[in-house]
Unconditional design. Structure first.
Length: 379
């Protein structure tokens, strides 16, 4: 059985950072869209017309999507009526920085009995290379009548709604019929489609994120070299970039963290038998920046942080966002506390934040962890 034009779509993990913006866009394009998520609080908030996280312009578009039929549920049974099912569950890494393929397979397996015959099943988040091949062979062994595709998301968190329908979409599949259905689904959103094999698509996503992680590592390494030498890094930085086109893309230093860049770099390293030396070096630099900054503050405060009042500005993993997953700000906080400092933090997007003015008045030392726009006016 073949479903030529998907009209009813379910997104598994649909109330999260990847699934919700996609679901909103599907609904606004005319597709009957259902978001499936085990987080009942997020489901309730989405159905009330509010994003459960920061997404610029999100609530307005979400409310419009709800008015044309978008809905969120916590029960997976709706999948059985859908022409297309999109999984936004990526591959996590374990404590040894190896990919946990079993997590992806177990979630996929939990829905296998619900797939409508002929339905299109799309994997959306980052996958360890070879995962699609495994799922493809599993489907053949079980005799499932479905189409399988991998269409990785490529958007910037917090600006997904702006980018989903403005950036090219990668579509990959093992056969033409699966590719055609995935193409029809995503061509309703994306301005263009890039066709790859599943393995190429898996590698593309990992290499893109690893490349960004390496760029930040270069900036952070140079920052540490300059600071250790008593040189003002930012004077060097501005001199390098001033009216010099070849340096226009030169990254500025800062904590490179979050749920994707570090994880995907480690997945690529694991896939390459842990011989991705640049990736491992980038990890040492980017992760080590937290301790470096704490050491610099310690030196500026006379070599001892015991009972010193230290304020942290920004706890999210990126600017103007509320997502604290894998944020290095918390690594800084732990290092300071271990050294005996009394630590407070301010973040306008995170609960438990101390008032900014109070923090500025009481702190003996400050670390700018996340450059939120609210901090630009601080002297």
């Amino acid at each position: 059985m073949s479903i030529r034009n998907p009209k009813h779509v379910a997104i598994i993990g649909g109330c999260g950072h990847v699934g919700l913006p996609l679901g909103v866009k599907f609904a606004l394009s005319g597709l009957s869209t259902t978001l499936v998520d085990v987080n009942e609080k997020a489901v309730e908030r989405v159905n009330s017309g509010h994003f459960p996280f920061v997404e610029h312009g999100g609530d307005e578009q979400l409310q419009e999507a709800l008015s044309v039929g978008l809905k969120a549920v916590s029960t997976p049974a709706v999948v059985s009526n859908c022409d297309a099912v999109v999984f936004v569950i990526g591959t996590p890494v374990d404590e040894h920085l190896n990919p946990k393929l079993s997590d992806v397979v177990s979630i996929f397996a939990a829905y296998e009995s619900l797939f409508k015959p002929g339905a299109l099943v799309v994997m959306r988040s980052t996958l360890f290379p070879g995962t699609m091949e495994y799922l493809h062979r599993r489907i053949l062994d079980l005799g499932l009548d479905i189409k399988l595709a991998f269409c990785p998301e490529r958007v910037s968190q917090g600006y997904a709604l702006d980018e989903i329908d403005s950036l090219p979409q990668i579509v990959s599949a093992f056969d033409d019929a699966s590719f055609d259905q995935a193409y029809k689904l995503f061509s309703q959103l994306a301005p263009s489609v890039i066709k790859l094999t599943p393995l190429e698509a898996e590698m593309t996503k990992l290499m893109a994120n690893s490349w960004r992680y390496l760029e930040f590592a270069i900036a952070n390494q140079f920052y540490m070299i300059a600071e250790q030498s008593g040189v003002d890094f930012y004077r060097v930085y501005e001199a390098i970039r001033y009216d010099y086109p070849r340096a226009s893309g030169y990254k500025s230093p800062g904590f490179a963290a979050g749920p994707c860049l570090f994880k995907d770099t480690m997945q690529l390293a694991s896939y390459f038998n842990h011989q991705f030396y640049l990736g491992h070096s980038a990890m040492l630099v980017n992760e080590g920046l937290a301790e470096f900054v704490v050491d610099r503050l310690k030196a500026k405060l006379g070599g001892d942080l015991w009972k010193r009042k230290v304020g942290l500005l920004g706890m999210g993993f990126k600017a103007n966002n509320d997502d604290v997953r894998e944020s290095l700000s918390y690594r800084v906080k732990k290092a300071l506390e271990f050294a005996g400092a009394e630590v407070s933090f301010n973040d306008p997007y995170v609960e438990g934040s101390s008032p900014l003015q109070e923090l500025l008045e009481q702190a003996e030392g400050l670390i700018l962890c996340t450059p939120h726009k609210e901090y630009k006016g601080i002297d």
